[in-house]
Design a binder for this molecule. Structure first.
Ligand code: NAD
Length: 370
């Protein structure tokens, strides 16, 4: 028996097909009647469709959401909220629109409802990352937890297959790190395993047949579970690496997760046997890291950080940042190991095979972060 602490979720989740048609009732159920709809410029069409569904409850659309939640955009959006007299925000989109909704909720105290359209999982977390002056800060704040999440499989049908592939790998990364999280609990482990099973089954189908609502539904179900993991337990080396790379070199979020994941699985394999066994059930093969690498390749995901725009000269400085205030990790992290991992990921090489000289997890060091 392993003692544990579990934190329950407060967010109401509605999951299905056509569920967006009930968005007005969800807004009213929160005691709100003046909703500002949020989206990125690329999803203005979906935002206006939701505005129509809200009818007289909608007070406008703000479609300037951007990746990494720039504070300058949030300030404009808060002005729009105040000018329209909005009493809640409805985000339609992925992590960019939902990040903006969280930033507005933090500054105004207004309720935030989301209709997620990617697999990034932000809608299920109390995590807010914001950028200002070229620096990204990430915080866990209960105030940014969403009140209601309406998953509508229909809204994901337009997510292009190559974006769905990397977004799905982003979700798998949340589940993988939940399996070996320092504060993992039995529910998080079960949830993460189910998320991996769903995503491993669905993503190849989504890429092959993007219009198949069955595969899209299973992928979105896996994404919900993976986002729940991200929201309830702490993450480790993988999320630290992606956070540093995204923030330092402005690399695309989901693609960076897709490239890095097999390398971190390889690194942590010797110190996280139950997690590796569970990954192996979702993606069978003699070596879980090789299985994740092959799976990402089958989805057509990018393999090399250099192809995402990372300069080779950045490897050493990124390793410094990753090690300097690293997250807790099941296997101790040192500069040389991280440099090796980054070099392989930068070049697009396969992950390093499992080391026979593995340190025991009890010797792991580092602080726990979101
Ligand atoms: P995104 O929201 O930026 O979407 C990617 C692109 O796909 C955008 O151009 C968007 O308009 C388009 N798109 C999204 N859904 C679509 C659909 N159904 N049809 C057509 N086009 C669609 O990307 P993302 O990966 O979902 O989110 C990335 C952001 O979220 C980053 O800023 C990341 O840091 C943040 N994030 C935060 C958390 C958290 O818990 N705080 C978790 C994951 C990601």
């Amino acid at each position: 028996m392993r003692a544990f602490v579990h934190r329950g979720q407060v967010t109401k989740v509605v999951f299905g097909t056509g569920t967006r048609n009930g968005i007005a009732e969800e807004v009213r159920a929160l005691g709100c009647d003046r909703a500002l709809v949020l989206s990125t410029p690329g999803q203005t069409g979906q935002a206006h469709e939701v505005r129509e569904l809200l009818g007289p409850l909608a007070v406008g659309v703000f479609d300037q959401a951007a990746p990494h939640t720039p504070v300058a955009v949030t300030e404009k959006a808060v002005d729009a909220v105040r000018a329209a007299g909005a009493d809640c925000v409805v985000a339609v989109g992925g992590g960019s629109a939902i990040g903006l909704g969280k930033a507005i909720a933090l500054r105004t105290g207004h309720a935030h409802i989301a209709l997620p359209t990617t697999y990034a999982g932000s809608e299920m977390t109390p995590i807010l990352g914001e950028t200002q002056g070229g620096a990204k800060t990430t915080r866990r704040l209960p105030e940014v937890l969403l009140r209601t999440v309406v998953y509508d499989v229909d809204l994901t049908l337009t997510l292009p297959p190559h974006v769905a592939a990397v977004s799905g790998l982003n979700a798998m990364a949340h589940a993988v790190e939940a399996l070996y999280a320092q504060d993992r609990d039995p529910l998080a482990f079960l949830t993460a395993g189910e998320a991996l099973d769903a995503l491993a089954t669905a993503l190849p189908e989504v890429v092959r047949r993007p219009a198949d609502p069955g595969a899209r539904g299973t992928a979105l179900y896996g994404a919900w579970l993976a986002g729940t993991c991200l929201g309830t337990v702490g993450m480790a080396l993988h999320h630290k690496v992606c956070h540093v790379l995204g923030g330092t070199f402005d690399l695309p979020h989901a693609e960076t997760h897709a490239v890095v994941l097999p390398h971190v699985v390889a690194y942590n394999a010797p110190a996280a046997a139950p997690a590796m066994e569970r990954i192996g059930r979702a993606l069978p093969g003699p070596d879980p890291a090789a299985a994740v690498f092959a799976f990402a390749g089958r989805l057509g995901a990018p393999r090399a950080l250099r192809d995402l725009g990372m300069p080779e000269s950045g490897i050493a400085s990124a390793a410094d940042l990753i090690v300097r205030d690293g997250y807790w990790n099941p296997r101790p992290v040192d500069h040389e190991a991280v440099r090796g991992l980054l070099r392989r990921a930068w070049a697009g090489e396969p992950p390093q095979a499992r080391s026979p000289h593995s340190p025991h997890p009890d010797n792991a060091t580092g602080a726990r972060h979101a």
